[in-house]
Design a protein around this ligand. Structure first.
Ligand code: G3I
Length: 371
């Protein structure tokens, strides 16, 4: 064949190669820029995207990732009662202050977690000098002092607080959890905690925060509690879905029903502690069994991708009531689920892997068509 006859073919091949290169380059640029911009930018028109942090995350590669991807943070442990007031009148502010400074310096919002819980609460608060349980009056006074000091200190810097955490019992035959708060105060401690927080900062948004908020039986118990608070005029702004979810639950209809049910009370919703475990829900601690695999297979990853895509689709749809979505930990490098409830078993619940690289689920969450 002559050169003249070959020329159109060559030119066509070159054009195809050229077009291919442009497409690949454009895709790479898009991927790169959306990564540099991060989750917070992709969700700018929807809600802030947060992450739970510890002090150790605030420098090095994790700090960089936080700044790129998130525009809200929550202290994973540093603001809990036992951390802040380990002894009566002895306040330890250092860690919580550092988290606030990091946020202020980087223009990141802060959710406060939490003011009243049955865990990570110091024993002294329930006991008198004689070692016996204090009266309801004393306990409520101590709760008031604690909430007033903490909320006041971060007034104007914390825009939303988890005021009461996990007060509903897991047993559907009981209403409130049989915690020391309940044993000493009855259900009044819940309303009081909200009132104390509101008095200390009337601007901060106040949340009731719990897990399994979309399981129908627990949903109805939480609904009952929130409705009674609203009916009594207690200053509660919303409900926190902890969202410690798994590949098994919630399904789309349970998630939608829960959002609709709580928001029918005029409440906002924040997704406060999101992660998607690759294992079914368990609560009792145990050791990993030798025959138990903890490999993140392609099949598990694909199921996780689909689950993340579904929940974020629903979140976007309900952007008028969902006012924050926060992940519980930054990446699979460290997740509380690596030790809980099965000691020694790895989990892979987040959007970034151990090297802080975005997982497939990240791209599914970030690359959506506007809705
Ligand atoms: O501070 C001590 C330290 O002094 C000690 O050396 C070390 C040894 O184990 O323990 C440290 O305390 C640990 C604490 O985290 C701070 O790191 C506790 O053992 C550990 O149990 C505690 O776990 C936290 C857990 O709440 C407590 O129940 C997790 O990090 C935290 O992710 C988790 O978060 C909760 C939310 O607050 C509420 N919703 C559920 C969520 C997951 O459980």
């Amino acid at each position: 064949m002559s050169r003249a006859t070959n020329f159109p073919k060559l030119s066509r091949s070159l054009s195809i190669c050229f077009l291919l290169l442009i497409t690949i380059n454009a895709q790479a640029q898009r991927a790169k820029s959306s990564h540099q911009q991060g989750l917070k930018d992709a969700y700018k028109k929807y809600f802030p995207i947060g992450v739970a942090v510890a002090l150790r995350n605030l420098h090095g590669d994790e700090a960089q990732l936080i700044k790129t991807q998130f525009n809200s943070i929550t202290a994973e442990n540093a603001m809990k009662m036992a951390a802040i007031q380990p002894k009566e009148g002895v306040f330890y502010w250092k860690d919580a202050d550092s988290i606030i400074s990091f946020a202020v310096k980087n223009g990141i919002k802060v959710r406060g977690h939490n003011l009243c819980w049955h865990e990570q609460t110091p024993d002294w608060i329930f006991k008198g000098a004689d070692g016996k349980a204090v009266t309801k009056t004393v306990l409520l006074q101590r709760l008031k002092t604690h909430i007033t000091r903490v909320v006041n200190r971060y007034k104007g810097k914390i825009y939303a607080w988890d005021v009461v955490n996990e007060a509903i019992d897991d047993n559907p035959n009981h209403f409130l959890r049989d915690s020391k708060w309940y044993q000493i105060c009855g259900e009044d401690f819940i309303a009081k905690a909200f009132e104390y927080a509101h008095a200390a900062d009337p601007v901060a948004k106040l949340y009731y925060n719990d897990y399994n908020t979309e399981r129908p039986e627990k949903r109805e118990q939480i609904y009952r509690l929130l409705k009674s608070l609203k009916d009594k005029g207690v200053p509660v702004d919303g409900v926190g879905f902890q969202a410690h979810w798994s590949l098994q639950e919630p399904d789309e209809s349970a998630l939608r029903s829960a959002i609709e049910r709580y928001s029918s009370l005029g409440l906002k919703i924040q997704i406060t502690e999101l992660d998607l475990s690759i294992y079914p829900w368990e609560i009792s601690k145990r050791m990993k069994r030798p025959d138990e695999s903890d490999v993140f297979t392609a099949e598990l990853e694909n199921r996780q991708v689909a689950k993340y895509a579904m929940v974020f689709k629903v979140f976007r749809e309900y952007k008028n009531v969902i006012t924050n979505v926060t992940f519980w930990n930054i990446s699979d490098r460290y997740s509380w689920l690596n030790e809980f409830p099965v000691m020694g078993r790895k989990n892979y619940p987040l959007l970034f892997d151990r090297n802080l690289q975005p997982k497939k689920a990240y791209w599914e969450v970030i690359n959506f068509k506007n809705q």
